[in-house]
Write a protein that binds this ligand. Structure first.
Ligand code: AMP
Ligand code: MG
Length: 400
């Protein structure tokens, strides 16, 4: 049986990179950049006034002058004025270009202005370039600002806008199909009988996908019937990039998913991973290149496998640069008995010094998803038998 790391490697070998599309900036939040962004101009593009006040020539102050005639006003967006004489100053606003002939700004808080003359006391220090954000001091024209493979959040979107880009090249969103299997599953809102259960996994999977920025998500429910499975899965394989199935991959008589997928030409890459929960995980690739994840139906297994395998695979296929895994220390000991990688749900709590700890929140087995309420994610613990003490640092995966 594969280890989780071996399963990751197999998935990675069979993923297709999604195509690129050019989108207006307003539609790029959460997307993955597929081109480099370079500085259009120096940043700031001119010597920028950084305080409301007066701009003047600091040499006049060094010579002892403390009173300056206000020559003119320069607002942000005005072309630069020129200082007429070093006995004069120019009233300037934050964001304005520093007027020619000036080399500093004295803030309005340090001044009194009477009859068109600005005066400040001897205690007010005036140095060349004070309160001036100098041209090119942040970045130079042509500097690489954001590289391909970066996930776009507010700062990167602002940088793209500052580089003058109205549209940017990002990975196109994959077409995802979330498919529940099982005769026992009943839709929320419909009457449910004693021997039936609610179809909850699909809602969990769809919301996790949406929370991570995936919007093109179809949802289907298929009965445990080989013919129906064949028909519907054939359709989904033709129309989607990635299929996320839940249920039907274990060893039961009605766990028909692997067999039907293989009949449809989906090549099984692996079935089963040495982990708890989620051991029956199935992964395959269709002739079209579509990736198929068969997640075990037990709700804790489904969510763990989604976060541990499906979401990272989706980000890799978007072209996202791999991020180092997040790690956190256990806040209490955990004993692991079977020789399987163990995924333990955790709540992240801060101690009195503000340090975060992963507090174990064990479930009553892989069917007990009600125990997940209020948890933040889960940690990955190496195979047992072993007791991992408080302070053991290990990989953390968050639900969101
Ligand atoms: P399976 O993997 O199909 O053998 O299902 C394992 C367990 O998970 C069974 O108790 C199913 O009823 C339950 N299960 C499967 N799919 C879902 C779902 N979509 N929502 C809630 N429970 C499910
Ligand atoms: Mg089932």
């Amino acid at each position: 049986m594969l280890t989780p790391a071996e399963a990751d490697a197999r998935i990675g070998q069979h993923l297709q990179c999604l195509p690129i599309e050019s989108l207006p900036l307003t539609q790029c939040a959460g997307g993955v950049l597929r081109e480099n962004i370079y500085a259009e101009r120096d940043q700031p593009p001119f010597d920028r006034v950084a305080m409301d006040g007066i701009a003047l020539d600091s040499r006049a102050v060094a010579d002892g002058r403390r009173a300056f005639r206000v020559q003119a006003t320069q607002a942000a967006g005005d072309p630069p004025l020129t200082l007429a004489a070093n006995t004069a100053c120019i009233d300037v606003m934050t964001g304005a270009v520093l007027p020619a002939g000036c080399d500093c700004v004295v803030p309005v808080e340090d001044l009194t202005v009477t009859d068109g003359e600005a005066v400040f006391g001897a205690a007010v220090r005036v140095e060349p370039w004070q309160n001036v954000h100098r041209r090119g001091s942040d970045t130079r024209q042509g500097t690489l600002l954001v590289s391909a493979g970066t996930r776009l959040h507010a700062p990167e979107i602002a940088i793209a806008a500052s580089a003058g880009m109205a549209r940017i090249r990002v990975s196109s969103q994959p077409m995802l199909a979330v498919i529940s299997t099982g005769n026992e599953l009943i839709e929320p809102g419909e009457p449910v009988l004693a021997h039936q259960v609610r179809r909850s996994n699909a809602y969990a999977i769809v919301s996790a996908l949406r929370e991570h920025g995936f919007q093109r998500v179809a949802d289907d429910h298929i009965q445990d019937d080989a013919e129906e499975l064949r028909e519907r899965l054939r359709f989904h394989l033709e129309t989607h990039d990635v299929l996320v199935l839940s249920g039907g991959v274990s060893m039961g008589k009605f766990d028909l998913v692997p067999q039907v997928l293989e009949e449809l030409g989906v090549h099984a890459i692996f079935h089963k991973v040495a982990q708890r929960p989620g051991k029956p995980l199935w992964f395959g690739v269709a002739p079209s290149g579509a990736a198929v994840f068969g997640l075990p139906g037990n709700p804790v297994s489904t969510l763990v496998c989604l976060s541990r395998y499906v979401l990272p695979a989706l980000f890799a296929s978007l072209g996202q640069q791999p991020l180092p895994p997040e790690r956190l220390a256990l806040g209490a000991p955990v004993t692991v008995t079977p020789p399987l990688t163990h995924f333990m749900p955790v709540r992240i709590e801060q101690d009195d010094w503000g340090r975060p700890w992963a507090m174990p929140a064990p479930t009553n087995g892989s069917g007990d998803f009600t125990a997940l309420a209020g948890t933040d994610g889960f940690v990955e613990l190496p195979p047992g038998p072993n007791t991992y003490k408080k302070g053991f640092v290990t990989r953390l995966l968050r639900w969101s």
